[in-house]
Structures are given as C-alpha cells and as structure tokens.
Write a protein that binds this ligand. Structure first.
Ligand SMILES: Nc1ncnc2c1ncn2[C@@H]1O[C@H](COP(=O)(O)OP(=O)(O)OP(=O)(O)O)[C@@H](O)[C@H]1O
Length: 294
C-alpha cells in the first residue's frame, strides 16, 4: 500500500484464525491502520492479495460489510447526531442487531445518549464507536486502538467485552499501543514495523523470545567479576552498574543461580538481595523496533 511516494505497507503477510483475538502492535507510522483499512475495503492495495472471510474486501465489499464490525481510530460518526440515535440507526441497517438499550447500558452510555457526537468526550466517542462496531453482531471485528483515551474502568470493561465476544465465536483483529492490553486479550500478536511483520507469536512466547532474562543482586562493592565470569556460561554478561549493585544478563536458569550462589559462598560474599527479572513484552517490543522516537 502506497500513499504517493510513501510505501506504508510492503509485503506484509498475516493470517488470522477464526474465533481468535489477534493484536497488531507497532510503533507510530508502522502501517497498522493502513493494513486494517485495507482489510476493511477502505483502501485498494497496490499489490498483493487480501481476503477477508474468503472475500475480496473491495470488489465484494457489499457481501463483506454486513458480516464485519469496524471501529475506526477516529471519526466514523455524524458530528451532529445524538449517540443513541446513531446507534439505533446503525442497528436498523443490520438483520439481527443486538438490543440497543442493553448495549447502551452495558457500555455505560446512558448518561450521554442525547448528546451530539461532536460534544462527547474522547472516551465517550470511543465507546460509541465500539458500540456501533458490535451492534450488528459481526462475525469479524476490526478495532483500531479500541481503548485509546478510555479511563481505567472503561478500558477494563472493553477488555471484558472483547473476551466475551471471543467466547461467543467472534474473531477480532485489533491494534493497540498498550502491551498489557495485547497480553491480556490476544491469542496471537504480530509486531509490525516499516510496513512488515517482524515478529509473531503468543504473548508469552514473544516476550520470552528475545534477549535473556536478568539477575540483579547487591553485595559489597568491587567484587572480582572476571573471576565470577570464569564460572558462568561464556555468553553471560556481568556488570557492576553502581557500587555494590550487579546485573547478570544471559540465559538465566536454575543452574546459573546455583553457580552464582556457590561462587558467592566460596568468596565469602553475602548477597543482600537477589532478583530474577523476566523480560516483558514491552522489553521485546522495544528490542525489535528500537527505542528511538519516530
Ligand atoms: N492518508 C495518508 N496520506 C499519506 N500518507 C499516509 C496516510 N495515511 C498514512 N500515511 C503514512 O503511511 C504510514 C503508515 O501509517 P499508518 O497510519 O498505517 O500507521 P500506524 O501504524 O497505524 O500508526 P499509529 O500507531 O500512529 O496509528 C506512515 O508513514 C504515514 O505517514
């Protein structure tokens, strides 16, 4: 997919299994929204093949739209329409919509049902957009940053809703910048950068796939680390990052801990604290995509 001279998505391969939640993560400008909008049929790809529920989203959009729910990153609603009116209108376009009153109650939208869309807060607009995406009982949901701007309670209730939809067989593809959200909700995560998928896996497998875990310990300053390294596996790194504060990076397993404590005992060193830190999904994300701002 190109915008003039900018190639936004380039050779991106991605397959989503029915009934699962898939999260697409990536830095700003990575091509997530472009990918989703191409799957929704809003953009015609300049190359490659896109099939959604077996259909071409552009040529067969009329067959696809009734089966798909879409929550855009912003907009998608008439600025002057009241939120309850809008939701009822969208519901009326579907053959078997959800009960609108129940949905309004479920998403806590009752207090602002008569407020025009343009006067809603950012979080209220988000909730209305989510309601509009699911009111038609879609088989497949595309949610572009569904919880951006939501307060913590609304965020959690959105998570619960997505999990319930999954239990009832709905397939969801979402983008997010919240790593905890991707971890909590998704069966599979794809990390996208510069228009390509650069890593895929379950949340736990992805987090565990990169640089190794670390051990931090404190003890007296100035330990003979070269001597310690002789006992540790050769690809292990040991640093004294501040006087008396040490970090070991490498394949952290029970054998490494046993070696470390045995070495300390032999040297007469008492550790004051010893902590094994697991790499998080966010650590892995930053490792893959870099820490520089774009
Ligand atoms: N309408 C457009 N016209 C020109 N360039 C665009 C347009 N939309 C997106 N781009 C460019 O395409 C690239 C991918 O943008 P896209 O919105 O898909 O990224 P994203 O991963 O969704 O980012 P974000 O996390 O910031 O939402 C960026 O370089 C962006 O500047």
């Amino acid at each position: 997919m190109r915008y003039g001279a900018v190639t936004a998505v380039d050779g991106l391969n991605l397959r989503v299994e029915a009934g699962t939640v898939t999260a697409i993560l990536g830095p700003n400008g990575a091509g997530k929204t472009t990918t989703i909008e191409t799957c929704e049929g809003f953009r015609s790809p300049h190359g490659g093949t896109v099939r959604v529920l077996g259909l071409d989203p552009v040529a067969q959009g009329h067959l696809l739209r009734p089966r798909v729910g879409v929550m855009l990153q912003s907009g998608g609603a008439w600025s002057g329409a009241r939120s309850d009116e809008m939701l009822r209108h969208i519901a009326s376009l579907h053959a078997h919509p959800l009960d609108v009153d129940l949905l309004i109650e479920r998403l806590g939208m009752g207090s602002y049902g008569r407020t025009p869309y343009r006067r809603l807060s950012g979080g209220q607009q988000q909730r209305l957009s989510l309601a509009m995406a699911i009111v038609g009982r879609p088989e497949l949901l595309f949610l572009d940053e569904p919880t951006a701007g939501l307060d913590p309670a609304a965020r959690r209730s959105t998570w619960e809703l997505i999990a319930e939809l999954r239990s009832s067989g709905v397939t969801t593809v979402l983008t997010t910048h919240f790593m905890d959200e991707a971890e909590a909700l998704s069966d599979l995560i794809h990390i996208v950068d510069a228009g390509r998928v650069i890593a895929s896996g379950t949340p736990s497998a992805l987090a565990a796939s990169g640089a190794k875990n670390t051990v931090r310990f404190t003890a007296r300053a100035g330990l003979d680390l070269e001597n310690l390294m002789l006992d540790l596996p050769h690809d292990t790194k040991v640093d004294e990052i501040a006087p008396g504060s040490y970090v070991i990076a490498g394949e952290v397993d029970p054998a490494l801990l046993a070696t470390l404590t045995a070495w300390c005992a032999a040297q007469g060193v008492l550790t004051h604290s010893l902590l094994v830190e697991r790499q998080t999904l966010e650590d892995r994300f930053l490792e893959l995509t870099g820490k520089a701002l774009r």
